[in-house]
Design a protein around this ligand. Sequence first.
Ligand SMILES: [Zn+2]
Length: 75
Amino acid sequence: MPTPTELAQALTRLKNNDRVTLIRISVPAEACPVCRSLQGAYPKDSVPALPPEGCSCPFGRTSASYDPVLAEIYP
Ligand SMILES: [Zn+2]
């Protein structure tokens, strides 16, 4: 599971990558309801922060993560 620092770094990296058109939040089935509600793809300027407020995932760490949506695949 990523730490909040790793999540923030990953988000910055994706935002700075011009080939990334959208940023997807991937959420495994075992994540808490707050995290699961965030599943989806977002424009770079409106990506929710991870971990979200009210996250109750096991071990105090969100299991959600950021994934790039690349221009070639999803223009
Ligand atoms: Zn959570």
